[in-house]
Ligand binder design. Sequence first.
Ligand code: SF4
Length: 328
Amino acid sequence: MALDFEKEKLERELKKRKPKKVLVQLAEGIKQNSFEFLDTFAKLGIEVIFSGETSWGACAPAVQEAQYLGADLIVHFGHAEFYDEKFPILYIEVKDKLNLTPLLKKSLPALKKYKKIGFSYSIQHRHDLEKIKSFYEKNGKEVVLSKKLGHVAYEGHIVGCQYGGLKAIEKDVECFVIMGNQFHGMGAVLSVEKPVILLDVYNDEVRSLSGLREKILKQRAASIEKFKNAKRIGIIVEIKPGQKFGSPKYLLDKIKEQGKEAIVITMNELSPDKLMNFYNIEAFVELACPRIAIDDFAKYPRTIITFKEALIALGVKSWKDMLNIGLV
Ligand code: SF4
């Protein structure tokens, strides 16, 4: 995989911002690339420390680490800006240098029935957007980009917890084409009802995700039912600054109104082993990344659901309302 770490932008921004000490955060898939741009920092005499903590999204810039280390800038590689943070952060989105034409050609048979396609891409392919649009247009398609809503940084950009931009164009398109990986595609099928075709760039595959929606919704409905029957509940909040998906106080009050017991539990990063010793809690609701409960539920020792799902379990919203909004 050939990646462009945008060294010119990095150097230009570093010269402008003049930091003395930088904390570098690399997305998980590019942690091994830490030596590729060290020279840019070295020639400007900037001290660099690499964060070894996980970096799944720009929802979690390492602000606490940076403050602890006395760094005056975070350089966050591999994601686009997600929310407004007071601490200075430079986002380097990192471009994937791929020849996408063979994959786009491969997608045409799957798109034969459709003329108007809703299109979304993961951030590494943004620089190829015009080429992608023109390819489809030359092949008789009309491309509508998902809207820039919520935490996404650009029109057409997709992140795993924000699908309102796809919902917003659903009535105008016949299907969705997602350029990214299974994670992005799976979030899309949970949020929209029109067919979703995934262009899986890293496996060089085109996949129709039909059938996946029903399978996952069935599983989520089963977890919501189990949560409803639980008498003792844990509400989990992470301290990652961009991961505030719902109010713990609101849930605590709602759960108590129903004659059940609940506590709020905080952690840096939720993982199955951290819940093992809370063995007297029957079910958990997590207000961190919603994809933890949806994608990783099988790894957890107890039922675990998202904030939106808890609203269904507690009778605040109906299942139908939630499907209209989108489960992710
Ligand atoms: S909350 Fe989850 S899906 Fe959203 S950006 Fe963060 S890690 Fe990705």
